[in-house]
Design a protein around this ligand. Structure first.
Ligand code: ACO
Length: 326
């Protein structure tokens, strides 16, 4: 088996910024409440004519430039998203085509906010097994189009953006271990109830908000803290590493208080954890690759650093990947 490493990173967020002050004009909320409960200050939202593939495309171009590669150099394109351009075709097909990458493999992964963690495990495995030499993984989301803008409990949380990584076969192996999990027994805790085959969208018959994100925030919060820590522990054990071996934590950006709990457990100081939730809010499958791209471009990640990527979300689902930066 060959190894895998990341040879390029990129990210993109739409121009329009929705700050907490703007949200104060929509419903009964305050900058103080949002900041203290979530750590969020702003989020980027798409314009009506921008779709998920547009953000993915911009992040992909950014990553190709960073790696000094052409679209045709990539063997497979994978997009992790919970809100594709269409139910089908896959958003990855649209992105590959718009890049001018002809006849390449392309598919989507849908496991909500855990999408990048699952995607990194799947794409790394494709490279390590020798199936493909180079794979691009993009996390891209436009959840501003899916939130109920009258529900202050969820409308404040989500932002739009995309982050991309290019994986390449390598003698050194960056992928040390992964732990993935799911529990689909309570979909009602976090879901979009209508729009799938269980309940096709029929606007005339929909009860209010059934085609928008619904979340039991407090329940999801408790689950998130528990699973983030358990997944990290399990992935580190599989890698034969201890908490003290971790140089860098790059968590899903869902809530600053959840990130703080993970940092405390791992005993990771603030300078070794990437937090950009104040700028982007929760961008679901895009949050970890955006954070990684920012950290790499800022020179915060050094060769040899052991990174824990950890995320959780709808499913419910969770996962952690231990990665040695090369
Ligand atoms: N402004 C002001 N008050 C608010 C707001 C708001 N925007 N939203 C809720 N409140 C009120 C509630 O109505 C409630 O009032 P009450 O006590 O009178 O009933 C009070 O604030 C407390 O509400 P809680 O929901 O208990 O607040 P909590 O401290 O749990 O924070 C939050 C809510 C931020 C949503 C938190 O629960 C959270 O972050 N949960 C996890 C979210 C998450 O991680 N999602 C990840 C996956 S997303 C995916 O996969 C697509």
């Amino acid at each position: 088996m060959t190894g895998v490493r990341i040879v390029g990173v990129g990210h993109y967020a739409p121009e329009r910024i929705v700050d907490n002050q703007e949200l104060e004009t929509w419903f009964d909320t305050s900058d103080e409440w949002i900041t203290s409960r979530t750590g969020m200050k702003r989020r980027h939202w798409t314009s009506p004519d921008e779709a998920t593939s547009d953000l993915a495309l911009a992040a992909a171009r950014n990553a190709l430039a960073n790696a000094n590669l052409e679209p045709g150099d990539i063997d497979a394109y994978v997009v992790a998203t919970v809100y594709p351009d269409y139910l089908f075709p896959a958003t990855a097909c649209i992105v590959a085509s718009k890049l001018g990458a002809v006849d390449k493999a392309a598919f989507d992964i849908e496991i909500a906010c855990s999408g990048f963690i699952y995607g990194l495990t799947v794409t790394s495995s494709l490279v390590r097994a020798g199936v493909y030499k180079r794979v691009m993984l993009i996390g891209a989301e436009t959840l501003s189009k899916l939130v109920n803008k009258e529900d202050r409990g969820t409308a404040i949380l989500f932002g739009d953006g995309a982050g991309a990584v290019i994986l390449e076969a390598s003698e050194q192996d960056s992928f040390l271990a992964a732990e993935l999990g799911s529990d689909g027994s309570k979909p009602e805790l976090l879901r979009v109830a209508a729009g799938g085959s269980r309940r096709p969208v029929d606007h005339a018959a929909l009860d209010e908000g059934a085609d928008r994100i619904y979340m039991e925030g407090r329940e999801v919060f408790k689950f998130a803290v528990t699973k983030m820590i358990a997944a990290t522990d399990a992935a580190l054990a599989k890698a034969g590493l201890a908490k003290s071996d971790v140089d860098f934590l790059i968590p899903h950006q869902a809530n600053k208080r959840i990130i703080d709990a993970a940092m405390k457990y791992l005993d990771i100081p603030a300078e070794r954890c990437v937090v950009n939730i104040h700028e982007y809010g929760n961008t679901s499958a895009a949050s970890i690759p955006i954070a990684l791209s920012e950290a790499v471009r800022a020179g915060r990640v050094k060769p040899g650093d052991v990174i824990v990527f950890v995320g959780f979300g709808g499913g419910l689902s969770w996962g952690a990947v231990v990665w040695k930066w090369a």
